[in-house]
Design a protein around this ligand. Structure first.
Ligand SMILES: NC(=O)c1ccc[n+]([C@@H]2O[C@H](COP(=O)([O-])OP(=O)(O)OC[C@H]3O[C@@H](n4cnc5c(N)ncnc54)[C@H](OP(=O)(O)O)[C@@H]3O)[C@@H](O)[C@H]2O)c1
Ligand SMILES: *[C@@H]1O[C@H](CO)[C@@H](O)[C@H](O)[C@H]1NC(C)=O
Ligand SMILES: *[C@@H]1O[C@H](CO)[C@@H](O)[C@H](O)[C@H]1NC(C)=O
Ligand SMILES: *[C@@H]1O[C@H](CO)[C@@H](O)[C@H](O)[C@H]1NC(C)=O
Length: 335
């Protein structure tokens, strides 16, 4: 009996060491749930003004490679068109016995055309159908701005949308709820209006927009931060005209990377992780998926972190809906 316990513990210890190589720690959310501290983005992005077509097979494959590489958090959204492929990628690994449903954390988002309170639960049911799941781990209001399918702005207050999010949580369709693209003023309004706080805020965080005051706000309110577009303008082929540096070939970034035998993208992701942000880099390339999560075996020095902090110029890469009263930078003065 006693030796059985010892053997079991010995075995568990080995499993933990083995599993922890690339397995990021989890954070406890303010609703008691746990979220992995690193994840995979699944948006195929935009070129000019239209969304890139989704390659469903590439998306499903990427999710499988990511699970093998240690990813347990997946970020999708109704509007990305990747809910189906993400769901399939996860289901395949469950059927192969690699993971169980409860081992993965799936995040999806409410699109802006369903912002009335009564529209939220039906919208989530549609997403669950695409994912082929009974629940998601996290549902986010995608933007603080509504827009009807016909293109007219929907000025429904996001506090009303939030009531629909709370309805969805109470029905068990999502474990946690949160917001994306909200500023501190908006989160304050929301928190004062409801007895359920957002568990997560997903915002743009990369070298060019490090969001110190918003991170501070979220930290004070125990709201976890998922950082989207973690590479910002790092890669020349994705940087908008006139976007600030550094690029991936920057001499200082390369020097820091060489000092740790890491790549520049790994240095950037480690820096974001050290800020307390949950980075969700997107890739459909096996080698990059593996490279991006391989950041848990080194530390940046204080001097290196200070140098990386120097690239913050508050440059936002997403600029849509600037004519709405709820546009991101409006009312920002309250912080
Ligand atoms: N809430 C929101 O409003 C919002 C907005 C934007 C994004 N997001 C989420 O955040 C995720 C990440 O943001 P993002 O997709 O905008 O940008 P990103 O993750 O910063 O960059 C993705 C791009 O970088 C490339 N890449 C990835 N790893 C690389 C590496 N190690 N070396 C070289 N290139 C690499 C990818 O190419 P390949 O795929 O070809 O490998 C892809 O073109 C999205 O997918 C989405 O889930 C949310
Ligand atoms: C963007 O639009 C310009 C002009 O319409 C075109 O020349 C260019 O190829 C487009 N770029 C992409 C990536 O689609
Ligand atoms: C757009 O749709 C909304 C909601 O259905 C409606 O109230 C509004 O009048 C429509 N606007 C136009 C210009 O059709
Ligand atoms: C440097 O990193 C590469 C890729 O991860 C690895 O193969 C190599 O062994 C490392 N070199 C040293 C000296 O640690």
């Amino acid at each position: 009996m006693f030796s059985n316990i010892l053997v079991t513990h010995f075995y568990l210890a080995i499993v933990c060491v083995y599993a922890s190589k690339n397995q990021p720690p989890t954070y406890q959310l303010n609703d008691g749930r746990h979220i992995p501290s690193f994840g995979l983005g699944t948006w195929f992005g935009v070129s000019n003004t239209s969304f890139n077509p989704v390659d469903e097979e590439a998306s499903e494959r990427a999710v499988g490679w990511a699970i093998d590489a240690g990813y347990r958090l997946f970020d999708t959204a109704f509007i990305y068109g990747t809910e189906k492929s993400v769901g399939r990628g996860v289901k395949r690994k469950i059927s192969e016995g690699v993971i169980k449903r409860e081992d993965v954390f799936i995040c999806t988002k409410l699109w802006v055309d369903s912002y009335g309170r009564a529209a939220v639960v039906p919208a989530l049911r549609k997403s669950l159908e695409a994912l082929d799941l009974d629940y998601v781990d996290l549902y986010l209001i995608h933007f603080p701005i509504g827009q009807f399918a016909n293109g007219t702005l929907d000025l429904t207050d996001y506090r009303e949308t939030w009531q629909g999010m709370v309805d969805a949580k109470r029905r068990g369709l999502t474990h946690s709820i949160g917001v994306a693209n909200f500023n501190a003023h908006m989160m304050d309004r929301l928190i004062k209006s409801s007895c359920v706080k957002p568990a997560v805020a997903q915002i743009e965080v990369n070298l060019n927009i490090q969001q110190p005051s918003l991170l501070h706000y979220c930290c004070q309110h125990d709201i976890a931060v998922m950082g989207y577009t973690p590479f910002g303008s790092l890669f020349p082929e994705r940087a908008l005209p006139g976007a600030p540096g550094p690029r991936v070939d920057d001499p200082l970034l390369r020097q820091i990377a060489a000092a740790h035998n890491k790549t520049v993208p790994q240095i950037v992701l480690r820096y974001l992780y050290d800020l307390g942000v949950i980075p969700i880099p997107k890739s459909i390339t096996k080698s990059r998926i593996e490279e991006n999560i391989d950041i848990f075996d080194f530390d940046l020095s204080p001097e290196e972190s200070i140098a990386l902090g120097g690239y913050d110029v508050n440059y936002r890469s997403g600029k849509i809906w600037s004519d709405s009263p709820y546009y991101l930078t409006k009312q920002f003065t309250s912080k």
